[in-house]
Design a protein around this ligand. Structure first.
Ligand code: GLU
Length: 439
């Protein structure tokens, strides 16, 4: 059986790092098992689902290097859900209920007051024909509940281990609202069956849906898939992430200059027993991925940690992979000179004028820079020029350490800090160096 997984966001907002982690883990699991990865848009909530969010989700996944083999939108598959609902009605597993939300809330409170679990009492199943006719005459339309089997349902969760719950402890879930629209449960199971999903890997906020879903698979004559429930990512302070707030959205990280592989490197290892490692190749993340290493502890996402991973990734990137994003003419030597100083690729743009354009030299001590200028070697220059020159300046002036180097850096680059001058100086060249040392 081909491994097939799905990432199933509702296009009601932008995806955040927590959603991206679920998507990435599904993707890595599929690729590791030579399987397929599906993007499923859970857009049955027609009011809140928006095509622009669906587009943003596609763009964010593609940006992260996550490719999908199959795509489907639930809004296009209503016929399949109707057919499944009819089958469940025919087998007596889907039954109509007429209670209003107020009546349900009243029942719930009454059960709690009597120290009973607040599960639905199935009163609708006891209604007579006459009572039903009377309710319909009031203008009420039924919602539909799935009749759970009151027995122990088990699954071996690939993250949480052995799990079980008895259907008797749960309310029969509403599958269809009074207006005929579907809640998430039935469409999800129908799609999982139709697309031959072998593993459902999702956030642990869905653990409570698993028993009803397993029973639904069985009621529809299908074998349930495997399940893995991932602890939800929180922010650095331990608070949950919300896609409605746009907090830590993928677009925001991209705009902040984060490299997609930095994010993927962090998200693939966060909350696992593997050490976080900087990886510039998705293939390596796939090779190293093991769902069994995902831990049950809550992973915390710290933007500062992502910043460090991003910097470390840039420090090791080959020129070929970034050259299209560098200024015209910025060659390998430039990249090697500056990459170790970058936290964002865009920082490289600040260094380009230093070697190829103009800077405003800062002259701290004109007599000293004039003396240094006289000692500047003739070209050709290479990586040894800086030390040969500064050695001569040291001999001539008696200066050493910061007193020697700092004024030269300020004059040559106009900046307090930056890449090694031994690499920058040959790129700056003698003409520019002379001009800058003059001030
Ligand atoms: N649309 C659901 C969600 O975004 C999908 C849950 C699932 O993977 O089953 O949470």
């Amino acid at each position: 059986m081909t491994i097939t997984v799905r990432f199933a966001p509702s296009p009601t907002g932008l995806i955040h790092v927590g959603n991206a982690r679920v998507a990435l883990i599904n993707f890595l699991f599929a690729r590791k098992g030579s399987g397929r990865f599906m993007l499923r848009l859970d857009d049955t909530d027609l009011e809140r689902s928006k095509p622009e969010y669906a587009e943003a989700i596609r763009r964010d996944l593609a940006w992260m290097g996550i490719r999908w083999d199959i795509e489907a939108a639930q809004s296009q598959r209503l016929d399949h859900y109707h057919a499944a609902a009819e089958r469940l009605k025919a087998s007596g597993r889907l039954y109509p209920c007429w209670e209003t939300p107020e009546e349900l809330e009243f029942k719930r409170k009454r059960r709690l007051a009597r120290h009973l679990p607040p599960v639905y009492d199935r009163a609708a199943l006891a209604l007579t024909e006459a009572e039903i006719t009377a309710l319909e005459a009031e203008g009420r339309r039924p919602h539909w509940r799935f009749k759970l089997d009151h027995l122990e349902t088990r699954w071996d969760d690939l993250v949480r281990g052995e799990c079980h719950a008895n259907g008797a402890t749960l309310s029969d879930p509403v599958l269809i609202r009074a207006d005929g629209s579907y809640l998430y449960t039935l469409p999800s199971v129908v799609d999982d069956i139709d697309f031959a999903i072998t593993h459902v890997i999702r956030g642990e906020d869905h653990v409570t849906n698993t028993v009803p879903q397993i029973q639904l698979f069985e009621a529809l004559g299908a074998a349930p898939p495997g399940f893995a429930h991932l602890p939800l990512l929180t922010d650095a302070a331990g608070a949950g992430l919300s896609k409605r707030l746009g907090s830590l959205s993928i677009g925001e990280l991209e705009a902040d200059g984060i490299e997609p592989m930095a994010l993927a490197s962090l998200l693939a290892k966060l909350g696992t027993s593997d050490a976080i490692d900087v990886c510039s190749e998705m293939e390596r993340l796939i090779a190293e991925f093991d769902l069994g290493h995902v831990s049950r502890a809550t992973p915390k996402f710290d933007p500062a940690e992502l910043g460090h991973v991003n910097a470390r990734l840039l420090h090791g990137l080959a020129w070929e992979t970034v050259k299209d994003r560098l200024p015209e003419g910025a060659g390998e030597a430039f990249w090697h000179a500056v990459r170790g100083n970058l936290t964002r690729l865009s920082d490289a743009l600040h260094w380009w004028p230093v070697v190829a354009g103009t800077v405003s030299p800062v002259i701290e001590d004109a007599a000293f820079t004039a003396q240094a200028l006289d000692l500047l070697p003739f070209e050709p220059w290479d990586e040894t020029t800086w030390s040969a020159w500064t050695e001569r300046v040291k001999q001539a002036t008696g200066r050493k350490g910061r007193m020697l180097f700092h004024p030269l850096r300020l004059a040559l680059t106009g900046r307090e800090n930056g890449p090694d001058l031994k690499s920058l100086l040959p790129l700056i060249g003698r003409d520019r160096a002379l001009e800058r040392l003059r001030g």
